[in-house]
Every structure is written in C-alpha cells, then in structure tokens.
Design a protein around this ligand. Structure first.
Ligand code: CP3
Length: 345
C-alpha cells in the first residue's frame, strides 16, 4: 500500500505525511517562460482580459501541468485582481506590474475600498477555479492564492512598484491608525477571496507577501503580523493547507511561521536547514532553488536542485519550489528538467 494518505503528493507533503516523491511546483509557472502562454497572449494582449475570461485563465493554469508534470497548478490570476474588481483605475501593465491611478494616501481614500463579495465581484475567478478543478487529475492539486495586506497596500499607496516603499512606510509610521484601517480592510478582502476560492475547489491557498522582507522585524511585528494572522485564523476551519511566502525574509521566517500558516515558503537566500529549524517540526517548508540557477548549464541545475533537496532533509514536509517566481525568459526545458530530477531523487 502506498504510504500516502491522499492521491496528491503535494497535499500530503503540506501535511507532513510521507510521500513517494517530493512534490514540486513553481511560483509563476504559468507565464512568459512558456511558448504556449506567449502564443495565447499574442491573441489576448490585455493581461487582465485573460484573468477575466474563465476559459482562458483555466487554459493558462493548465499549461505548466501538461508541459512539466508538476504536482500542483496555481490559479492564473494576480494579487491585484480583487482590488482591481472594486477600485476603478487599477490595472496591470506587462513589464511594469500593477499601476494605481489615484494612490491611497489619506483616511478619505479608505472610502474607495469597500468589502468584497467574491461571488458578485469575482465570478470569473471562481468559474476558472471550477473549470481547472474539473480538468485536473486527482493527483494534481489546485492552489488558490491572494496577496497579503502589506504587499497589496504597497501598490495602492505607492501607485505602482517601488524601490523603497517610502509612501507606504510613511503612512505606517506617521498615521498608524489609517495604516491599520487600510491593512484591516485588505485582510478582510483577501480572506473573503481565499474562502471563496476554496469553496469553488481550490485545495490549498498561498498568501503572497512578496515585499514584506523590506520591513524590519519590529515593524513587521507591529504593523503587518496582526493582519496576516487574522487571514490565517480566518481560514483555520477549512481543511486546506495554508502557505505563507515572502521574499528576502530571512529575518522574518519566525514571524511568517507565527502568523499561522501550515507551510512556510522560503526564499533562495535562506538555507532550508535553517528554515526547518526555525519553523519547527509542526510545519512544512516550501522552496527554494534560486530562480537564476535555471540560466546555468544543466549540470549546475542538477547539482543545485539536489543541494536543495539535501538541505531540506529527509523528514516529511518539503514541497520543492523556486525561492521566488520563474523569471520571464527562463528556458521551459530547464523547468521540466528540475521536475524530473526532484521526482527521480
Ligand atoms: O503561475 C503563477 O504563479 C500564477 C499567476 C500569478 C501571476 N501573478 C500572473 C502574472 C501569480 C501567483 C501572481 C502573483 C503576483 N502578482 C505577485 C506575488 C508573486 C511574486 O512574484 O512576488 C506580485 C508581486 C504580483 C504583482 C505583479 N503582477 C507583478 C510584479 C507583475 C510583473 C510585471 C511584469 O510584467 O514583469 C505582474 C504581472 C503578471 N502577473 C504577469 C503574470 C504572468 C506578467 C505579465 C504578462 O504575462 O504579460
């Protein structure tokens, strides 16, 4: 009999159950590394139009599963999709990222951020979840996701991407009550969105706090941790693994873990063995091959992939991933090679 408890090695590993092979998927696995994605985008140049058309979003979600044989699909969407649905003037520009025409800087701006009703505001997202789940074989899990309050707030407050997060931090430090209200509203939007994705068929959820690593440990503890904790607590009654990920978070791994997720995503700078020690035996870890390694010769890819597996150790509870998203011009064959190495190890 297989030692696995479910048909999905990914879900088993998230629950720290023994698996026959270490499961693997890649953040940003659906996207510009795939020729089939680029071909589809030529016919649909507006990025958000792909997200808003369930058949297209489902097709793009499934592309990396077909090509690479990964153990999980991640819904094709964006961390800005929920706020884009309720705030006018939010869009995503390829090459640039999210752009917000009227940045959120004052208490009065909060009036523009009403609660979300996922069935009414994001019907296309939930339909895409249902379409993907109907297509996937039982051994491939579907991951839903949303953006964490700090990372989504950074786009709303800065108006776009930022190197220093000066307006976001100025709001946090100078008007902590307004910051708390903004982060609280975003936490509620994210929680409602993730719960709706699970109700529609997502079998795990990942909270992306990509830019949280730019905060000190003390600022994270005071201004971010309570809100991300609220999200994980609000998901606790659903029987799905909860993943928490941020970039440049070596100094925050303990807090990412304390927020309540079941699986902690580790960026490539943090050794997996250290991460295991910090999160302890009751949580799984996900990661963490440096995405730029995929541009190196195949022997190097092999060696570094095996090094991540060795560093994470033989104990159950490791989901293989990159230490951040797939870079746009990555060779798709290099990704397939990593899947084969991980599955064969
Ligand atoms: O395959 C998957 O991982 C699912 C799809 C996914 C996208 N965005 C599609 C996308 C996921 C999980 C995201 C999350 C996301 N979006 C994050 C968190 C993950 C991370 O990488 O840290 C962030 C910070 C965003 C905001 C955002 N959206 C950025 C920074 C960009 C990149 C701009 C660019 O063109 O380089 C986007 C656009 C975006 N979202 C693309 C994709 C595939 C690229 C645009 C395109 O394909 O035309």
């Amino acid at each position: 009999m297989s030692p696995s408890a479910s048909p999905s090695p990914f879900l088993d590993a998230c629950r720290r159950l023994p698996v026959e092979h270490v499961p693997v998927w890649f953040m940003r696995q659906a996207g510009r590394s795939l020729p089939e994605y680029r071909a589809l985008r030529e016919k649909h140049p507006r990025f958000s139009a792909v997200i808003e058309e369930p058949e297209l979003a489902a097709e793009v979600t499934l592309q990396p599963v077909r090509r690479h044989g990964v153990d999980a699909a991640i819904l094709f969407s964006d961390i800005m999709t929920p706020v884009q649905a309720i705030v006018p003037g939010v869009d995503i520009h390829p090459g640039k990222g999210p752009v917000v025409d009227e940045p959120f800087r004052t208490k009065a701006d909060l009036d523009r951020l009403r609660p979300i009703e996922p069935e009414a505001d994001l019907p296309y997202v939930l339909e895409a979840v249902r379409l993907v789940r109907a297509e996937l074989p039982p051994e491939v899990a579907l991951i839903g996701f949303a953006g964490a309050p700090f990372t989504v707030a950074s786009y709303l407050v800065e108006g776009g991407k930022s190197n220093d997060y000066r307006h976001t931090k100025a709001l946090m430090y100078g008007a902590p009550d307004v910051w708390a209200e903004l982060a609280g509203r975003l936490a509620d939007i994210t929680l409602a969105t993730l719960r709706a994705q699970v109700a529609a068929g997502a079998q795990a959820v990942q909270l992306f706090d990509s830019w949280a690593g730019n905060l000190s440990a003390a600022d994270y503890a005071r201004h971010v941790l309570p809100f991300s904790t609220r999200i994980f607590e609000g998901l606790a009654d659903l029987d799905v693994p909860r993943i928490h990920f941020g970039v440049g978070t070596m100094h925050l791994v303990d807090q990412l873990s304390a927020a309540g997720a079941d699986v902690i995503g580790i960026d490539w700078r943090t050794p997996m063995a250290d991460a295991r020690r910090i999160v302890g035996p009751d949580k799984a870890v996900q990661g963490n091959l440096d995405p730029t390694v995929l541009f190196a010769p195949v022997e190097v890819i092999e060696e570094r992939t095996r090094a991540v597996l060795a560093d994470a150790g033989p104990e159950p509870g490791h989901v293989f991933n990159l230490g951040w998203g797939v870079l746009p011009d990555t060779d798709a064959d290099a990704l397939t090679r990593v899947v084969d190495i991980v599955h064969g190890a």
